[in-house]
Each structure stands twice: as structure tokens, then as C-alpha cells.
Design a protein. Structure first.
Lengths: 286, 262
């Protein structure tokens, strides 16, 4: 029987995997680089906590409600930034969590720096782990299917050549908004889940880890494959836990591992594996 | 030419900073007509198309499409009315196969509403429809060309792909921005019948061209732009006889080679 500690790590890996999936989808299929992981986690987390504490709703209701309403709020807030591209969009998505963090701290709303305590937890660890695992499998195959549907081609068209999409009679802002909605729904789902695991919603939900680790996982796993970032999370997050034995040197070792990946396998595990697979396939004797 | 023009452009002006790109340019195109726009480099032809299709906001002037004002509306709204354009610098989706390039315009509200064989209908397979359109525009159906990535297609096919993207919308009017440029003589020769076929299908064409000989084969009227101003307009023969037009094209001796033949 694995320890409770590693049980918890699995759930956290699942939450990071949701964020990484969303990041990969938005960056490699729609062309919007989002640093908004912590924004989505924070929004979804606080909504779930408020719904649970103030309205007494059980987790079975707060999680879907927080996912939907959080995604709507995030999409509306990001709507003015949608015409931006590349690093400019990334800056706006990075700005929101910082701003919300300070607002909550300064105005002492939503529990201030203490956060909202005593949020209901899951019935047991089995539900907690298997639910998140099935959610990420569902999200992964759902997204894989979506990007190969006709609407997915429109997303890829927006990334490739947005002027041609406009000339084809489609509004790029509308399709970007749909894509941001999907990504923020994944992030808010993770946030709501997180709050119910730790039974607290604090301003640490806006920590930049949620923005940065999904990107690192995408780099390691291989961008544009969707399954790659998921693998990246399953490698990176447990490694970061294992490295806790080194105390404060943890970050140093962590950075060295990341650096090694970027130096020697910059394409990412999945892209590398796919390439090798296709090479092997040609060597088969007929 | 019917009584009501399908496209009526009135006094369009546009300045980029201190450069006056267009000065009160106006023209009108009748239904089913092929209208040519010619002029030396930098005379504002592409800017004019960008203004009409909403890619650039014009400073002054009005555009009427079938009597309805479409001045400065969003490009996607204009495209959905059936007024489509090609790009001079081709803008395919390089990471997609050629036929998947067409699924994006087939996904537009206009193509979906049109349904039938062009739109793919409610349950229709857009891939099949895309192959049909590509065949019509000169991609051999049974070859692998329609399935190749757009990034690996030669210029001739990319120009056709630009036209096909317009056709997928089921357009009434296509603004062609130099479809013949960058093509070899034989490629141009095979494009001209395509243009004629589009005209026979009842599609109105506005063509920006430098290849005057080919343009005059299909166009019934041409307009000459120079430094953003309209020099003259009329049937090709008259226009090319105009002294101002000869002057505008600096290598005017060369122009004499291109004079009207047919």
C-alpha cells in the first residue's frame, strides 16, 4: 500500500496534467501562448470554495459548476486580449493571477491571506485519485478528437494563418474564445479539484507554479502531441517530490534535469518517440 | 450587364501616415462581369481590395454590395455575404493537406447554410466536398496532390488553392489579386480557361493583373490606377490607347507589345 503522501502526489500530477493539456492545445493548435495556469486554478478554486462554504453544495456539484462558471469568467476576462498574439497574449494571461492575488490580499476579501478554510473533501482517496485519472484520460482523448474534427482544423487554421481564416468567412475572435474557454475549463476543473483535495482555498492558488510547470512538462513531453505534456507531468512532478530529499538544493537539481532535457531532447519525448517509431516501421521486412 | 451593379465602390480614400495610398477611387461592377484593375507597382491596387473586403479600414468612401452598404465591416462578415478575395501572397494553411485547407471555408456559416454539394450539408462529409472543389480547380482527383501538405505544393497549385478557398464559400463575387503572377507561361495558359469557367458559372470577377494579354482575354472592362488615383476606365482597347496610361507605365515601349490583340 503506497503511502498517503504519494497518493496525494498522483492527484496533484492529474491537476498539472489538465493544465498542461490545456496549454499544449492552446499553444500548438490555436497559436495562443498562455501563462494563465494559475489564473484558471485560482478562479476555479475560489468559485468551488465559495459554492461549498457559502451555499453548502457538495463537491459533486461544486466541481462542475466551478468548471463552467470559472471558464466563462476567465474567457470574458481574456476576451479583450484575444486579438493579441505570441508573447503579448502571454503577458496579459500572466497579469491576471498577479492582479487577483494582490486584490485579495489588499482588500482582505474571500478570506484574505488566510483563505477559505474548511472546504468539504472527497469521500475517500479512491474517489479522489480515480476520478482525476479518468478526467485526464477523458480530456486527453476528447481534445485529440476535437483537433482532428472540422472545428479543430479551424483552430489550426487560426494558428497557421489567421487572415485566411477571416477571408474564409470565420471570425477568429469567436474561435479563439472557444479555445480559451476549453482551456480555462480544464484549468478551473483542476482548481476546483485542488481545493477539495486540500480543503482550503488560499491565495497560493495564484502561485506561478501552475503557469510554469505545465510549460516545462510540455517541453519535456513534446509539444503538439497532447499526450506528451501529460507524460511530462507524470515525470516532472514526481521528480520534484523525490528531490525534496535534497532540501533547498532541490531547485538546482530540478533545473539541471530540465536543462538536460532542453539540451539533448529539445523536441520532447513524444515527438522523439513518434519519429523513432516511424523509422522502425520502415525497417520491417515485407 | 444588369441594371443594378453587384459591387459599387464610391470615392474610397486611404492614407498610410503621410502616404496617400488611395484618393477617391470609385468603380462599379455589373453582375457576371469580369472587371480588370491594372496599374504600375505601388499604385494602390491591393490596398483597394483590402479596403473593399474589410482587411483595412478606409478613411473615407463607401462600398455597396448588391445595394447594401458594407463599408468597413469585418472581413468575415463580408466573406459570408459572398464577396471573397484571394491573396497576392498566397496564404494557405501550410501545416494542413491541400484538401483540408478547404474544410475551413466549408465550415463558414455561408457554406453551411448553402448546404448541397458545396456545403456538405448537415451530415455531409466536408472532405469529399473539398476534393470535388479541388478537382474543379485543377487538382487531379486520383493523384496524391490534393493530399499533400500545402507547404510542399508548388506556386501554381497554391494559386489554384487560393481560388478554391474562395469557391468553397460559394461566392457571387471573387476579387482576384494577381492570380497569374509568379506562374510560368504554360501554367497561366491552363489558368485562363478556369477563369472563363468561373465566369460561365455566373461568378463576377474583379481581377488585379499585371499580365495584360491574359487579362484582356477575359475582362470586358478595365480600370487604371496610378499613385492611388483612378486614371481612366473603359474597354481594354480604349484604355490602352490612352496617353496617360502609356505614361503611367514607365516602360511604355514594353506596353506597346502588350496592346490589344483579340
Amino acid at each position: 500500500m503506497p503511502s498517503l503522501y504519494w497518493n496525494r502526489v498522483i492527484s496533484i500530477v492529474g491537476i498539472y496534467a489538465l493544465l498542461a493539456l490545456g496549454f499544449d492545445f492552446l499553444a500548438h493548435y490555436v497559436g495562443l501562448v498562455s501563462l494563465g495556469g494559475s489564473f484558471f486554478i485560482g478562479t476555479g478554486g475560489y468559485i468551488a470554495a465559495i459554492l461549498n462554504k457559502s451555499f453548502g453544495l457538495p463537491p459533486a456539484l461544486t466541481i462542475p459548476l466551478a468548471t463552467l462558471s470559472g471558464a466563462i469568467i476567465c474567457t470574458l476576462l481574456l476576451l479583450p486580449a484575444l486579438p493579441l498574439r505570441g508573447v503579448y497574449f502571454a503577458i496579459v494571461t500572466l497579469m491576471y493571477p498577479l492582479v487577483l492575488f494582490r486584490i485579495i490580499e489588499a482588500l482582505n476579501i474571500l478570506g484574505g491571506t488566510d483563505g477559505i478554510l474548511g472546504v468539504a473533501s472527497f469521500p475517500n482517496t479512491w474517489v479522489e485519485q480515480y476520478l482525476i485519472l479518468s478526467i485526464i484520460i477523458f480530456a486527453l482523448f476528447g481534445l485529440r478528437r476535437l483537433v482532428n474534427e472540422d472545428i479543430g482544423l479551424v483552430f489550426r487554421g487560426v494558428k497557421d494563418n489567421d487572415q485566411a481564416v477571416r477571408a474564409s468567412g470565420l471570425s477568429i475572435t469567436f474561435y479563439k474564445a472557444i479555445a480559451v474557454f476549453i482551456t480555462s475549463a480544464l484549468g478551473c476543473l483542476g482548481g476546483a479539484y485542488f481545493v477539495h483535495i486540500y480543503m482550503v482555498a488560499g491565495i497560493s492558488l495564484f502561485a506561478l507554479d501552475y503557469s510554469v510547470i505545465p510549460i516545462a512538462a510540455t517541453v519535456i513531453g513534446g509539444g503538439g502531441t497532447l499526450v506528451g505534456p501529460l507524460l511530462g507531468c507524470f515525470i516532472l512532478v514526481p521528480i520534484s517530490e523525490l528531490l525534496r530529499a535534497f532540501g533547498t538544493l532541490r531547485i538546482v537539481f530540478y533545473s539541471v534535469i530540465l536543462l538536460a532535457f532542453i539540451m539533448f531532447r529539445s523536441e520532447g519525448i513524444m515527438v522523439y518517440a513518434q519519429r523513432k517509431y516511424h523509422q522502425f516501421e520502415r525497417w520491417v521486412k515485407i | 450587364m444588369s441594371k443594378e451593379p453587384i459591387l459599387n465602390v464610391k470615392e474610397v480614400s486611404k492614407a498610410f501616415g503621410g502616404v496617400q495610398a488611395l484618393t477617391r477611387v470609385g468603380f462599379s461592377v455589373g453582375e457576371g462581369e469580369v472587371f480588370g484593375i491594372i496599374g504600375p507597382n505601388g499604385s494602390g491596387k491591393t490596398t483597394l481590395i483590402n479596403c473593399i473586403t474589410g482587411f483595412i479600414k478606409m478613411d473615407a468612401g463607401n462600398v455597396f454590395y448588391r445595394g447594401k452598404e458594407i463599408t468597413n465591416r469585418a472581413p468575415n462578415q463580408i466573406a459570408n455575404l459572398g464577396l471573397t478575395r484571394t491573396f497576392q501572397i498566397m496564404r494557405p494553411y501550410y501545416s494542413l493537406p491541400a484538401y483540408k485547407n478547404l474544410i475551413i471555408p466549408l465550415f463558414s456559416p455561408r457554406a453551411r447554410k448553402k448546404g448541397g454539394w458545396r456545403g456538405g450539408g448537415k451530415l455531409g462529409d466536408r472532405g469529399t466536398v473539398a476534393i470535388d472543389i479541388l478537382e474543379e480547380i485543377g487538382f487531379e482527383r486520383d493523384s496524391f496532390v490534393p493530399y499533400k501538405l500545402a507547404s510542399s505544393l508548388p506556386t501554381g497549385y497554391l494559386k489554384r488553392l487560393e481560388l478554391a478557398r474562395c469557391l468553397a464559400l460559394g461566392p457571387d463575387l471573387i476579387l482576384c489579386d494577381e492570380v497569374f503572377s509568379g506562374l510560368s507561361m504554360s501554367e497561366i495558359a491552363s489558368m485562363v480557361p478556369l477563369i472563363e469557367k468561373l465566369q460561365m458559372d455566373g461568378i463576377t470577377l474583379v481581377m488585379i493583373e499585371h499580365r495584360l494579354r491574359e487579362l484582356f482575354r477575359v475582362a470586358s472592362r478595365v480600370m487604371v490606377l496610378n499613385f492611388g488615383e483612378k486614371l481612366t476606365e473603359g474597354i481594354p482597347e480604349e484604355v490602352m490607347a490612352d496617353e496617360r496610361v502609356k505614361e503611367a507605365y514607365l516602360g511604355s515601349e514594353k506596353l506597346l507589345d502588350y496592346t490589344f490583340e483579340a
